[in-house]
Design a protein around this ligand. Sequence first.
Ligand code: HEC
Length: 115
Amino acid sequence: MKTRNLYKLIGLVALFASVATVEAEEVEKDPLSGMIIAENWNLVKANCVVCHSTKGFTQIRLDRKNWEKIIKLMQEKNGLWPLGEMEPKILDYLEENYGLSDEHHNPKIRRPLLD
Ligand code: HEC
């Protein structure tokens, strides 16, 4: 590859990276539920805000494995229906938006009562 083309490529990558950073900083939230609006959020809203408010899950941060545990817990103890094909999408959303980030070091964020 010619050097000039390589520089073009680097420029392009840098451009995308900066656009991605700007997007990540602007978190859009649903004014009604307070949920972060991102891919699949409607699915989560439809399935997880039926019995309780969003407080139960927007205030905690878990990795995917533990979000899966929460869903199992909801199903075994609280009567959540089978989610089928929606489950991985719901997990994607929860992991992406309420996953372990720096925020999990924030002591104000409550830890769930997992066994
Ligand atoms: C059929 C009813 C129902 C549905 C649907 C439901 N939950 Fe729950 N959930 C409950 C009940 C009951 C509790 C315990 C009492 C409470 O916190 O209101 C609870 C509690 C929770 C808690 C707190 C657990 C803890 O240990 O602090 C989380 C987190 C949670 N739910 C997440 C979810 C998620 C995510 C979904 C969607 C996949 C969901 N729930 C769907 C009934 C439900």
